[in-house]
Write a protein that binds this ligand. Structure first.
Ligand code: HEC
Length: 168
């Protein structure tokens, strides 16, 4: 009985290797945040090592990303992360959403929610030091300040509650 189950499992494991989720490789940066708001190298370095894999249009895939069921799991994180917030699509967001996402960034970093624990477990370099967190959050804050100085206060308010599903 046990043997049959194990053989069954093995067959499933082999079969799912043929399913390849679409990869996040377009690398399109037409609407990148840096096209409007300059990103210093110090910030770029931090974003690239700690956020870019899940929040841009290009993921750097490790070898094990080709192995199922890991590939499913990674694709899910990347899709979910991008849907919530994408550095490469930032200027396509309306102003209120830009403002809100920056606010979320600061919050998530300060609370240690981002980068995801499952990510920093393997990507040790994504474990941000307090100094790195400060660089990233103050950059986000500086863009929020720019928005505040540029647009009327009303246009910075989200018209619907932030809990509504994220629109693309
Ligand atoms: C391993 C993938 C991964 C990495 C790396 C990662 N994130 Fe996320 N991020 C997600 C996922 C998945 C979500 C959505 C689900 C959630 O909130 O947990 C998310 C949500 C967010 C949100 C919330 C957006 C919203 O609308 O609520 C922000 C902001 C964010 N991430 C910023 C960052 C920043 C900044 C970094 C780097 C310091 C980072 N993330 C690193 C996967 C990731």
């Amino acid at each position: 009985m046990i043997k049959k189950i194990l053989i069954g499992l093995l067959i499933v494991l082999i079969a799912i290797q043929f399913i390849k989720p679409e990869r996040n490789l377009s690398g399109n940066t037409d609407k990148d945040i840096a096209t409007l708001y300059p990103m210093p190298d110090s910030v770029k370095l931090i974003v690239n090592k700690a956020c870019a894999d899940c929040h841009t249009n290009k993921t750097n895939y490790p070898w094990y990303a080709s192995v199922q069921p890991v590939a499913f799991w990674l694709a899910d994180h990347v899709n979910d992360g991008k849907r919530h917030f994408n550095f490469n699509e930032f200027t396509g967001y309306r102003i209120a959403k830009q403002n809100h996402k920056l606010e979320e960034c600061i919050e998530q970093i300060k609370e240690g929610e981002m980068p995801l624990k499952s990510y920093t477990l393997i990507h040790k370099e994504a474990n941000l030091t307090d100094a790195e967190k400060a660089v990233l959050t103050s950059w986000c804050q500086s863009i929020m300040d720019t928005l505040k100085a540029t647009y009327p206060a009303d246009s910075l308010k989200l018209k619907r509650p932030p809990t509504a599903p994220a629109a693309k």
